[in-house]
Design a protein around this ligand. Structure first.
Ligand SMILES: Cc1cc2nc3c(=O)[nH]c(=O)nc-3n(C[C@H](O)[C@H](O)[C@H](O)COP(=O)(O)OP(=O)(O)OC[C@H]3O[C@@H](n4cnc5c(N)ncnc54)[C@H](O)[C@@H]3O)c2cc1C
Length: 439
């Protein structure tokens, strides 16, 4: 069979958005390879569903994610309205639970403005100000981000799949990539259960929790390893949803590992959830237990490069966490206790059933540091995006326009001709990608 011009591995929100922009900008045979029967079965569905505004992102250290989130906000807003998808502007209160957090809250206000948010979108509150808008919430101070919105990222991804298909992209579902071989002219991608290989002239790896493993298959990113953490949530019973009507986050106590701090989430359908417990697990799809089989845990420990994991033993934040909080926090009671720091009336009995659990694949460098931004590697006839973590779903339509623009400028699509497509008519490729590259 003729090789595909571009094959994208992974039909999460990242791969689906990439495929939309490639199809929108280039004429050619473009495919998305996805192991599941549909898009957004993993992290792009199993997340907290917040369109995060970038007030909490350092404008320098987290520049790309901050700019992507800022740019994508208006894109998602117009998209949800045009496609009649859930859009619930519940807003977010980020609360300081310790006196020293007040300084951080003020910093967030300035970061928000530096990242392009308007003064009318942010407000710093003192303890009385918090009580006035959320009578059951306590804190030494808070920042109120007035445009954070609850959405359904699975619905966004499925709709983007339809848009990508309208641009000629084909979705090859049920194809799990097992191995990859590069020949002179193309990349050959072999499925797990036998069957015909897919050949492509250029591969883009957007395989989420498996993206680093796939990069390693092509001999790139070998200086990094990853660890998987399952974020578990508990649903609050209907009788107690009145405790807060906004998302309530807390100023990170472990800035190096901010995904561990507890929060109260308001879902697009009105449900409230508390989480996360960050449970170390042996694989990216381990949604219950610690591993799917004992061999998996051993393989994860021995997975190369082992030195990065050993270096973790010198990471102070990680050790503090492992020692003080982690092991004790893997219980519903502990989770309720952590949430009582900002909602004192919350009781463990109010957490009535497990909410959705999602797994984050966290990349670690040789020094044992947890990396915060996405990492990109160029491989033979391929490009790899890994560590695409929160707020990745928020930023995806903007980040991917910027990515496709850079790949085009780097000559990776020279075998394709440009379209004059305007696409879904809501987003303009040049405007969006420039907003990020000019920042
Ligand atoms: C608990 C949690 C809460 C979060 N909350 C938010 C939030 O509120 N807001 C926000 O902006 N971000 C949030 N995030 C982050 C966000 O969900 C992710 O950044 C985003 O979903 C990543 O998308 P992805 O396409 O890279 O990954 P995925 O959605 O995991 O997609 C990767 C795809 O690759 C496929 N794949 C993997 N291996 C193979 C293979 N070998 N062959 C073929 N296909 C393969 C998988 O089946 C999958 O469909 C959260 C993350 C977590 C874990």
């Amino acid at each position: 069979m003729e090789p595909w011009d571009v094959a994208i591995v992974g039909g999460g929100i990242l791969g689906t958005s990439v495929s939309y922009w490639v199809g929108n900008q280039y004429k050619g045979r473009i495919a998305v390879i996805e192991k599941e029967p549909d898009v957004a079965i993993h992290t792009s569905r199993r997340n907290t569903g917040v369109v995060h505004r970038p007030f909490y992102l350092d404008p320098v250290k987290r520049r790309v994610f901050a700019r992507s989130s800022q740019t994508a906000y208006g894109m998602w807003k117009s998209y949800a309205s045009a496609r009649r998808l859930p859009w619930a502007p519940v807003t977010t209160l980020e609360v300081g639970t310790r006196p020293e957090d007040v300084k951080r809250v003020e910093k967030y206000y300035h970061w928000g403005l530096e990242n392009g948010m308007g003064e009318d979108e942010l407000e710093v509150l003192d303890p009385d100000g918090i009580r006035k808008i959320e009578p059951h919430v306590r804190g030494y101070g808070a920042i109120w981000s007035k445009t954070d919105t609850a959405v359904d990222y699975r619905a966004f991804t499925k709709s983007l799949r339809t848009d990508a298909e309208a641009e000629g992209v084909k979705f090859l579902t049920g194809f799990e990539v097992e191995s990859i071989k590069t020949t002179g002219q193309s990349v050959e991608i072999f499925p797990k259960n036998g069957g015909e290989a897919v050949r492509t002239r250029f591969m883009i790896n957007c395989a989420g929790g498996s993206s680093l493993r796939i990069a390693h298959m092509q001999g790139v990113g070998t200086e990094y390893c990853d660890l998987n953490f399952r974020g578990e949530y508990w649903e609050v019973g209907k009788e107690w949803t009145y405790l807060a009507s906004r998302n309530i986050y807390t100023v990170a106590q472990h800035p190096e590992l901010p995904f561990l701090d507890p929060h109260w989430i308001v879902r697009a359908d009105g449900r409230r959830e508390i989480g996360p417990n960050a449970v170390p697990v042996a694989g990216p799809y381990t949604y219950s237990g610690f591993f799917t089989n004992p061999g998996q845990a051993l393989r994860k420990v021995l997975e190369q490069p082992v030195a990065n994991k050993l270096a973790l033993l010198y990471n102070r934040d990680f050790l503090e966490l492992a020692g003080e909080e982690w092991l004790s926090s893997i219980s519903k009671g502990e989770m309720a206790k952590r949430a009582q720091e900002f909602i004192p009336e919350l009781k463990v009995e109010y957490l009535v059933k497990p909410g959705i659990a999602g797994v984050r694949a966290q990349v670690i460098d040789r020094q044992g540091n947890f990396l915060k931004e996405a990492i990109e590697f160029e491989g033979p006839m391929s490009y790899h995006i890994t560590n695409y973590n929160s707020p990745g779903a928020t930023g995806s339509p903007a980040f991917t326009a910027y990515l496709v623009k850079r790949l085009g400028e780097g000559g990776h699509f020279d075998h394709l001709s440009r379209t004059s497509a305007k696409g879904n008519g809501l987003w303009d490729f040049e405007t969006v990608s420039q907003k990020i590259s000019n920042a």
